[in-house]
Design a protein around this ligand. Sequence first.
Ligand code: FE2
Length: 279
Amino acid sequence: MPSSGRKEIPVGASAENSRAIAALNDPWRRLPQITAMLIVLVIFPRFIACSGVRLPVSRSCFDDSVHIKNIYVQLTDIVKESHRMEVRVVRLGHVGLTVRDIDRTIDFYSTYLGMRLTEKFEYPEEKIGHGVAVAAGAFLRCDVTHHEMSIFRMRRNILAADAPDAPRFGFGLHHIAFELNTPEDLKGLFTKMRDGGVEIVNSRKGGPGNQPRFYARDPDGNLLEFYWGIDKIGWEGASRAYDPIEEIDLLNFDFEAFVDRRERDAAEARKGIRSGLNT
Ligand SMILES: [Fe+2]
């Protein structure tokens, strides 16, 4: 079947996110750091030695591999620290609300704001789902991002009021989610918050939207989510299947495998839409 010339949006995939993964593995990204280390470790000591200028330290110390290793470690720490300082969220991603009646809320945001229902679920009593306190949820979107609003009905009497997943109030704000630009930024923010004494709740994968993420609390205890790589919805309007929600070790999470899996899912989905195209 000839192509219509329209650019197809791959299911569950994002070229922007793939580029971010590729950038992580790009050696040229490290070029400025490597150059700075070469100057400090090799060129500068040789220049000083040739010029005859006497330094407070002897020339031999530059030949001491232990000393050079220490300089390397310090430089690496400086580079890591400077990267932490650069991390910033790129956008407000979505807001989660707890409500009394999910269908009533879906109807309200669809009717008056024109939002679309991406998916909706109910967890059986025996299952631990989207946080143990959540009994049911719905995900609404504005355009192609999986959701800009998540709506939850909470399980009653399952948790003590001070349990980590319990809503602070019966209804209202559940969490605010921010998007990061790259997996490296996500991990950088995690490390910065952890080292700064911010309360980290947990890190997760799976669930509607599939985004790897971590949760933390602001000074007043509001639940914040930080994520990268949320699913996109294609022109056919279908969301990608998702794995059960599981806790992860974010700093050691395999983001490359995550992207590979997403691309495979996208290829499979395209087979069902137009056989023989982009598989
Ligand atoms: Fe969320």
